[in-house]
Design a protein around this ligand. Structure first.
Ligand code: SF4
Length: 347
């Protein structure tokens, strides 16, 4: 809080929190400073939130913070980790979050990072295939429930409540002549993450990655300097061309005309190469999931008797066509706020 004041010209656009410290007094102190951020909360499924934290009562604290933020009129986005125990409650969790005023939910399987590398929880992790099957089941339910909120399901599927089209982060077209102009991850180029330990990182998920020791700290360098001259900049502003030159698989891939390489954090978690291919994007394109998910939304359309309000796209092209090209989503570990979604879908 001491960093946030008008003399320092520092504004805070988003606060990442589990809600534990969010109370009336905290919001008062923000507002005294003229700061009104969006809140990015974590909520890991009805009945499973406490389990993941090893802390009894954590779920109720988060629900209480969500109620307070709704009452005070703040915009709230939520991220939810999906694992073998929480995946079955995805539908009811979405309904609950919508009733608590949440604007956007980002959900997806966990990456192999931080505590998720521990053998104790490893067996709870979902494979890419399992994650995709869960989304395949849930997408029709999401529309049956009337699009309760805007949603991002890993890099696979994004839908903004009330919009006719859906999109996918993985489906990001980049022509060869543009690859050194287009960012490998548009989100990294727009926002930075400052951790509670004052380390500045390209995104929250990267704080626990092998790159973390390279990130600068506000304890040692002023923010102005960090944002103009540091390793952080080269990671954040990596281009699609850097990824394609950085690994053979993308360079020679049959889907390179539709895919910009996916998420940098996911790529790094898989093979340790920041410029490597994202295995989620590879499964999506190479295993035919793009078509499978299109069919699952087509099925929903038949069920809903072509309700125009719920149709993803008039052309029937869920991820293709004008509306579907060049839109982004994010990974569960970090990016993908609704503000970003708004921008993406207006491309
Ligand atoms: S190798 Fe994978 S990440 Fe790279 S372009 Fe092909 S599908 Fe995308």
């Amino acid at each position: 809080m001491p960093f946030v004041n008008s003399k320092r010209e520092i504004n805070v656009t988003t606060i990442y929190t589990n809600g534990y410290l969010v109370d009336e007094a905290f919001l008062d102190r923000l507002e005294e400073r003229g700061v009104r951020p969006t809140f990015q909360m974590s909520f890991d499924g009805i009945g499973w939130h406490d389990f993941l934290r090893g802390l009894s009562g954590a779920e109720e604290r988060t629900r209480s913070a969500l109620r307070l933020l709704k009452k005070r009129g703040y915009l709230v986005d939520v991220s939810m980790c999906l694992h073998k125990k929480s995946a079955p409650v995805q539908r009811e969790t979405v309904r609950l979050l919508a009733s608590l005023g949440v604007r956007h939910l980002k959900c997806g399987a966990t990456l192999e990072i931080g505590e998720w590398m521990s053998p104790e929880v490893k067996e709870l992790r979902l494979t890419k295939e399992e994650e995709l099957e869960i989304f395949e089941r849930y997408i029709p339910q999401y529309f049956e429930d009337g699009e309760p909120l805007s949603i991002t399901m890993a890099g696979v599927f994004r839908h903004k409540k009330g919009r006719p089209e859906s999109s996918s982060f993985y489906h990001r077209k980049c022509l060869a002549e543009e690859e050194d102009k287009r960012l490998a991850c548009p989100t990294l180029g727009e926002v930075f993450y400052i951790g509670a330990d004052l380390v500045v990182a390209p995104c929250q998920g990267m704080c626990e990655s092998s790159l973390a020791p390279n990130f600068p700290s506000l304890k040692e360098q002023p923010l102005r300097e960090i944002l103009t001259d540091s390793a952080l900049i080269s990671y954040s502003y990596a281009k699609v061309g850097d990824v394609r030159r950085g690994n053979e698989e993308c360079r020679t891939c049959a889907f390179v005309d539709r895919c910009s390489g996916g998420c940098r954090l996911a790529a790094m978690c898989e093979g340790g190469n920041y410029y490597g291919p994202d295995p989620g994007a590879c499964r999506f394109f190479k295993d035919g999931w793009e078509e499978r998910l299109l069919r699952c939304q087509d099925f929903y359309e038949q069920q809903s008797q072509h309700d125009q309000n719920h149709r993803p796209c008039d052309s029937g092209a869920f991820f293709h066509g004008e509306a579907g090209a060049d839109v982004i989503a994010g990974h569960v570990a970090g990016c993908g706020s609704q503000a970003e979604a708004d921008d993406d879908l207006s491309v």
